[in-house]
Design a protein around this ligand. Structure first.
Ligand code: NDP
Ligand code: KPL
Length: 299
């Protein structure tokens, strides 16, 4: 069973490193297809060199599983552009922060097996040849679509080995919503105030995060997910504590003047609230503020 990893981003390189350790058959599909020598520092400081088996999109069809560890805003473009290279026997795996891409991929590739996933691993790519594994997290997977001939057990075993510990969910959406809530609180606040995640435990942020949890909990309940705002706050504060020294991905994106994933995080929440006929002023305010920042530097 061959795995294609799309892109040599931070999470893509982490997957490649793990494939290599597990001696799996895999290829990394990059835009240029040029060779990449990677120096990997693992979470306990050990260093290893790795020559990535890089291929171009022409080789995409020679694989059984296609993992898309891309930014949420890159998913639709990738699938639209390369749809003709993907055949119906291939299983796609969406692995990104934020929500809103599943529907798009299902529309574009209705006959493929599809898995949605989320991970709390930490990976940092300071340059094209360096990967720093910052933290061993946990990963959640769930089938969105399964074709008749899909080798379910083999796919699950491979993916479970790649980002352990792994949980497989009958309905992945609750796990995705939980991660969405965590990102909706931590990412925009750390980006707007330019602080590490741990700063959000301060009382000046806790009232706003608590109000945000009430907003998200109300919305989740409208969509059929039961999770009280206190439980949500507890989960967010655990991530704040566990990743206290880290700067969130949105903080880093704003710092580097890159596009953020705000449309797929607070933006997705605002859209869903509208559909439910609910107001979500705190999410909307965070969304507008990040959009204003982004618009200024992306012009
Ligand atoms: N890094 C982390 O620790 C974590 C990240 N996540 C989430 O995982 C997702 C991926 O994050 P991360 O790895 O950090 O992001 P990166 O930006 O490092 O990785 C995305 C990679 O995909 C490449 N890419 C995009 N489109 C294409 C394409 N059409 N063909 C080939 N390559 C392409 C990008 O190349 P280019 O730069 O040229 O566009 C880039 O190298 C995000 O949603 C992030 O929020 C979740 C948990 C932890
Ligand atoms: C969980 C969190 C907030 C960790 O920094 C993250 O996923 C991110 O930075 O995008």
């Amino acid at each position: 069973m061959k795995i294609s990893i799309i892109g040599n981003g931070a999470i893509g390189n982490l997957l490649a490193f793990n494939c290599q350790q597990l001696k799996l058959d895999y290829q990394v599909i990059t835009r240029g297809g040029l060779p990449i020598e990677l120096e990997v520092t693992d979470n306990i400081g050990h260093q290893q060199r790795l020559s990535l088996p890089v291929s171009t999109l022409k080789s995409l069809s020679n694989s059984d599983i296609i993992i898309l560890p891309l930014k949420a805003y890159q998913i639709a473009g990738f699938i639209e552009q390369h749809q003709s290279l993907i055949h119906a026997q291939q299983t796609l795996v969406l692995l990104h922060n934020g929500m809103g891409t599943i529907e798009t991929v299902q529309q574009l590739l209705p006959h493929n097996s599809l898995i949605a996933a989320t991970t709390s691993y930490g990976a940092f790519k300071p340059n094209n040849n360096t990967l720093q594994i910052k933290g061993i997290g946990e990963s959640h997977f769930g089938w969105i679509n399964q074709t008749k001939d899909c080798p379910t057990q083999i796919v699950e075993t491979l993916l479970s080995a790649l980002l352990p510990p792994t949980s497989w969910h009958q309905d992945i959406r609750l796990a995705l919503w939980l991660k969405l809530a965590v990102n909706a609180a931590i990412n925009p606040l750390t980006a707007l105030y330019n602080v590490p995640n741990g700063a959000l435990s301060g009382s000046e942020f806790q009232t706003q995060i608590s109000n945000l949890c009430e907003e998200i909990s109300r919305l989740m309940s409208c969509l059929g997910f039961t999770l009280g705002s206190v439980e949500l706050l507890h989960k967010i504060n655990k991530v704040i504590k566990d990743t206290a020294d880290n700067f969130s991905s949105m903080n880093r994106d704003v710092h580097a003047k890159r596009r953020t994933e705000i449309d797929f995080i607070n933006g997705y929440l605002v859209l869903q609230a509208k559909k439910c006929g609910l107001e979500c002023p705190i999410n909307l305010n965070l969304f507008n503020k990040i959009k204003a920042l982004e618009t200024k530097y992306l012009q």
